[in-house]
Design a protein around this ligand. Sequence first.
Ligand code: URP
Ligand code: ZN
Ligand code: ZN
Length: 459
Amino acid sequence: MSLLIRNANIANADSSQLADIFIEKGVIQAVGVHLSTSAERVIEATGKVVIPGAVDVHTHMNIDMGFCQSCDDFYSGTVAAAFGGTTAIVDHMGFGPAGCSLMHQLEVYHQWASAQAVIDYGFHGTIQHVDEQILNEMPEMIAKGVSSFKLYLTYGYKLSDYDALRALKRLGSLGAITCVHPENDDVIRLNKEQLQRSEMMHLPIAHALSRPAECETEAITRMLNLAKLADEAPLYIVHLSNGLGLDYLRLARQKQRHVYVETCPQYLFLSDERYRQPNIEDGLCHILSPPLREKHHQAQLWQGLQDGSIDTVATDHCAFTRAQKRLGLGDINRCPNGLPGVETRLPLMFSEGVSQGRITINKLVELLCTRPAQLFGLTNKGAIKPGFDADIVIIDPSTSETIQANMEHSKAGFTPYAGMECNGFPEYTIARGEVIVEGGELHAQAGRGRYIARSLAKL
Ligand code: URP
Ligand code: ZN
Ligand code: ZN
């Protein structure tokens, strides 16, 4: 099927132009003014904003937290993504059985995603322990398209500094990128003991009090130094939530070449006031790690987006229903961590970022499309240029909607952004040349999405 998008206000990360886009065989064949090519379908885009399909490099579909499973699988999660203008995800695979190989989870995730995903997908490897077998398996994972790996400094399978250093060295030598969840586990433990003694562990605010900005920042600076010691292994800090950590990252980026930073909409739009709501259940619905911060961090993170200290905005979409969140009633330790967000990232960033004049449309494309694709080796995605996959989002900036839980496609049943007015919802989401969302309707089957064997990034 061929498709012509006429009179598009195209925004790439590096330029804008008014032009037509000709698509055939799922690929952008030509971009130019008044293309004379005919096509089976023509979409008139006068007055619309046309950007590359957004790439979300931090999701957790179907993740098994041991005591409960996130409510969005690769079907509902990628449907929600498509409605929000995201045409590719890179999912962080969850932990497998203790001692399992890296390949174990890859096989499990392939089975889930191949049957369910409606958009293209890749996977980050998850390093839950380090031994010779794991280190030896890394090249095979990379050969299978897993060119990045995440390690955790807290939760059940946290790595010691010794093992984090071993993983960094090995991955760096192979040219792969190490993503890290940076929080100091001992700080959390000690703070929780104190909060327990004060009989506060039933209050959602205790979650934020147990994991202050310094707890995250200490782990960030430790990883910066370990990455440097690991012969400057490429390091990607996921879900940065605070301005202090950003200050250290800025400093490191002046001296260290291979340090990359991601933040998420929840840290740009929401604050720890959400944990102080009178209804405890509402507070539980906002529990994620790192936690929501005091409001002043938001301005610091926006500054980081503007001055280029932050590379990407991803979602960390990890959705649970209110019923699942209620597991934390009485003891917040039992509340599953994570928020839905894959459907609202682009509309929020368009509306609050571009329309409010905080960032340009080109910056938005850089943060949500181009840079994530480059950093994670999705070489055919993230730009509207000939030869790239025809992943395209068409936005009518003159229409706005108020975000409501009942318009969301996630199974969470709630959204932390309810009530926010947004003018960046896609009118069309096009994925490899197929119109998969149009006028609020889905035109894609489960299993339509393809696995992206990712390359090593050229950093
Ligand atoms: O609370 C969160 N962020 N849950 C998802 C897992 C993670 O740490 O990224
Ligand atoms: Zn994390
Ligand atoms: Zn995550």
